[in-house]
Design a binder for this molecule. Sequence first.
Ligand code: PA5
Length: 446
Amino acid sequence: MIRLDYQRFGQTDGSPIGEHQEFGAASEKVVNLHSLLIEGKSSLLKDKDVTMTGWKMDSPYVSPSELDAIDSCAAKLVSEIDDFISIGIGGSYLGIQASIDAVRGSLELFNLLSPKERKGTPRIFFLGHNMDPAYTARILEIVNPRKLGAAVISKSGGTVEPAVAFAIVKKVLEENLGKEIAAQRIVAITDKAKGSLKKLADELGYRTFVVPDNVGGRFSVTCPVGLFALAVAGINIKEFIAGARAAEEDIKKQPFDKNISMLRAVLRFIAHKYLGFDIELASTCVYDLRSTTMWMQQLGPESEGKHGEGLFIVPQYFTRDAHADGQLIQEGKRNLIELFLMLEKPAEDIIIPAKGTPVEYLDGKTLHFVNTAFVEGLRDAHHEGGVPTMSYILPKLDAYTMGMLYQYEMNAIALSGLLLGQNPFIQPGVQMYKDIANAKSGKPVC
Ligand code: PA5
């Protein structure tokens, strides 16, 4: 089970946030807001006319036959390829990388393993989350185009960054394999009917999976958006969904004072709304959780950042960033709160052979021991310095735990946004950059 430790989430005078005069009202309100999420009857839950709570009401309860269909499509593709490119941006990208890094090990290292060490999993790359030509060219140089497969993921089907990357990958596949085989190597994950990607996929006969109408991008890691690439990566998607479901049941069942998502939502809300904190550090000392902090960086600000409010989320990887941002965290402007992702049991550990070295006192201790001591030291120092901190404590990194973590955090952020009076499921501000950039790149005005 995942735990939330919030003993060090204090007010500026050091007293617990639980003693803040607004805490009682906010804790009652969050319980009602959770009922609202379940009932789905508020305009704050809607994107146009769709109630965007499928990530809560449907995804954790996806049927075994749908999971089997995803698994068998992934297994067929994996049997034909050595390299896989997942194409997408934002919610159509970050949860996938976060899950694979956490469960299989960070991809830049995983991809260096031999096929045997990867146990049949292809090397995995991401395109479509930027349009950097050198990055794109390098990935195309690395992959074997004759043993390549791709998933193109876009709910709208019209996002330019993944559309451009897909156009490039499609051409590489078609030139190397011919149109027919290329079509068998491409899976499209998009809307059931709308959008130019769906139209193209139907015309060219790609296998498709549907992004449900009622699931928005940043809440989509537990639907086919995340599930297909996870299955390609050899991750047990049934375990992953079981974890999400267990967390969802826990949130529905627990009273406020034991409810991880409600507590986290109210603590953030009081800190932001009444105590002037406007940045949340998403911190970890676990290399394979760095991209999970990036997933958080997207989930929060796109959900809450409206009407002049919202916590800005900044990933921190420790202890590296302690030697960079650490000074400001400790003594800079006091507008920071911090969430740590702590791990109880790493996949592997190493004993430190320190006899005769400057760290002889660590001889025989494990790396996990000293890593934990240092991150707990950072947590305590930041707390002493006036940064309210809380921690998700993960027992280990596996599919089940990651499914749980996402479900807890998606609930926490949805509730946190609702406490601020925001609709967490829309992102009208993102359109502004798209309009200006589209005009600059010559998109015809319809
Ligand atoms: O959370 C969101 O809604 C966004 O970050 C989207 O996931 C992102 O813009 C990509 O959208 P699409 O899947 O439509 O290409």
